[in-house]
Ligand binder design. Structure first.
Ligand SMILES: [Zn+2]
Length: 277
């Protein structure tokens, strides 16, 4: 029994502010240990529940945030960037029975603490086959193609509500309650670790590999906060401009869909200027 943990930071315990998740800041240094505490609690809970292997895939920003030295010694951690499946790298080898989304958050344009989809501000909305999409929804569709169920989601209460849509069965742990984009009622790391560990232990029961899902084609639509970003994104083959600040593309599989999304966001982030966006 192998569990994969996709670990993002905006939905971690105590995190409510951009500097909390921005590598290099003193606030980020402080929040790394609370983020690590959430992940380690999930690791401990999965082993409590009978998992034989747990792999953590870092999924935030530079993908170098977790404190390896503070994790349970049974775990393995994939750290660093440039991975075929980005946030859910590791799911594609046929040996993962369940995946946990730890530290997840609401999508671009939604309510929720530090809500965004990939880029912090420049994307104002993402839709997957017409449905408003968070990173959780996009990644859930990717892992379904490998027959891997989402068994646990942690984040703020809005992220947990969002997960009801894409992983109704999964256990959810709200480590904080949304007040605004930059404010939340937070619970202590000791309290959230106990909650996450208990939920992860129970979630192991849900880690049963399914038949791979083939639900394509997938149409991904993206809205930007500036028209030149939509224009810049059209250099990616298959991406068409559908409005002044909108693009869309269609992929046969979500594997292709998420990789094209990565290409779009990479191109677009290179087109953002500090002053005028
Ligand atoms: Zn994220």
């Amino acid at each position: 029994m192998k569990i994969l943990i996709s670990a993002d930071m905006e939905g971690a315990t105590g995190v409510t502010w951009p500097a909390d998740v921005l590598p290099g800041t003193p606030e980020w240094q402080r929040c790394r240990s609370m983020f690590t505490s959430d992940v380690n609690a999930a690791v401990l809970g999965f082993f409590d529940g009978g998992a034989d292997e747990v792999l953590v895939n870092e999924a935030h920003w530079t993908m170098r945030n977790l404190l390896l030295e503070q994790l349970d010694e049974r775990v393995e951690m994939l750290t660093g960037r440039h991975k075929s499946l980005s946030m859910v790298e590791g799911v594609q080898h046929g040996d993962v029975d369940g995946i946990a989304f730890v530290g997840y958050h609401a999508g671009a344009g939604m309510e929720g603490v530090l809500a965004h989809t990939y880029l912090a501000n420049s994307l104002t909305g993402v839709w997957l086959n017409g449905e408003r999409a968070s990173e959780g929804l996009l990644n859930a569709r990717v892992v379904a193609e490998y027959g891997v169920p989402v068994v646990l989601v942690t984040g703020d209460d809005v992220a947990c509500e969002d997960a009801l849509g894409y992983a109704p069965e999964a256990l959810k742990v709200a480590v904080k309650d949304h007040v605004s984009r930059y404010a939340a009622v937070c619970r202590t790391p000791a309290r959230t670790a106990a909650d996450i560990r208990a939920a992860a232990k129970e979630a192991v029961q849900l880690a049963v590999r399914q038949e791979p899902v083939d639900e394509g084609p997938f149409t991904v639509a993206v809205e930007f906060d500036a028209e030149h970003l939509a224009m810049a994104a059209t250099v990616v083959p298959g991406v068409a401009r559908t409005g002044e600040r909108r693009i869309a593309y269609t992929s046969g599989t979500m594997y292709e869909g998420i990789r094209t999304f990565k290409a779009v966001t990479t191109i677009v982030s290179a087109a953002i200027e500090e002053q005028y966006g």
